[in-house]
Design a protein around this ligand. Structure first.
Ligand code: ATR
Length: 264
């Protein structure tokens, strides 16, 4: 039986095995997908296992999306530009890193029916998924991307990578059309506590988190009359694209798939 995995730390919360195993079964593919918690020191060995074909492919999640890069033979243009790999495939004797988070975000945004062209975007947070979001936004011809992160240094690092972005001090207000919460606040029902969120109206509030379905950030957005969207479709579509890369098949996305990811 072929083996696929997602690696990260922590990894308990990952719903990738549920989704991929469902699709594997649906497509009668004799393979299994599991989650593996690794320490940074174990990454190199693990990647070499893929080369020995003990594992055919893997997904990479926080905090290793950049860590894996030196151990790969080739990067897709997107993963090179974002310095972020979430999918590894062993192809033609080469380990190739891909970034399917970009595709995931693009599809999720298409689904909101919100036109991003010429819009001002504010991103809260500067973690692992933000380079992919910036890359996707740049393709959507938005007018301005501003990043606000508690630890300013991380926002500055992003600006070195994408010099068209602006930095906003954490806690300061700015006008925006779309606000994207890419912080991990919300995972444990914590609030962001930024005063200006209460006064926003007719904006799009997007949270990369999908569990809980409505973070406090989204609840506040909804209460004051904004459109809201969580990260569920982004997650599903990044998995869809990874599945396609590994198996050459487009898996189905329907009510069943969406339900799989609801709270257990
Ligand atoms: P990583 O930073 O390891 O890539 P992540 O889950 O992708 O992990 O990112 C976590 C994000 O949530 C970061 O932007 C983090 O801000 P810091 O860079 O200052 O750590 C943000 N975050 C987490 N807890 C937060 C809090 N209590 N207040 C504000 N931002 C927070």
């Amino acid at each position: 039986m072929k083996r696929y995995s997602v690696i990260g730390n922590p990894i308990d919360h990952s719903l990738s095995p549920k989704l991929h195993n469902y699709w594997l079964m649906e497509n009668n593919i004799d393979a299994n997908y599991n989650k593996i918690k690794l320490e940074e020191s174990e990454i190199k060995n693990f990647i070499q296992e893929i080369k020995k074909q003990k594992i055919i492919g893997c997904n990479v999640t926080v905090p290793f999306k950049k860590t894996v890069i030196p151990y790969l033979d080739k990067l897709s243009p997107e993963s090179k530009e974002t310095q972020s790999v979430n999918t590894i495939i062993f192809h033609n004797n080469l380990l190739v890193g891909h970034n399917t988070d970009i595709f995931g975000f693009q599809k999720a945004i298409q689904n909101t029916n919100y036109n991003f062209e010429n819009k001002k975007i504010l991103i809260l947070g500067a973690g692992g998924v933000v380079p992919s979001i910036i890359f996707a936004l740049n393709r959507m011809n938005v007018s301005k991307i501003t990043i606000s992160n508690r630890t300013k240094e991380k926002a500055v690092n992003l600006k070195n990578q994408f010099n068209n972005i602006d930095i906003l001090e954490w806690g300061m207000a700015i006008s925006y059309d779309v606000i994207i919460n890419a912080t991990s606040l919300g995972l444990k029902n914590e609030s962001i506590n930024l005063d200006y969120l209460n006064t926003s109206k007719n904006k799009l509030f997007y949270d990369v988190i999908y569990n809980p379905t409505e973070t406090n950030f989204l609840k506040e957005g909804k209460k004051s009359g904004n459109q809201i969207e969580n990260g569920k479709l982004m997650f599903i579509y990044q998995a869809f694209e990874a599945f396609k890369l590994w198996h050459g098949i487009e898996p189905t996305i329907n009510k069943e798939t969406l339900k799989l990811l609801d709270n257990d």
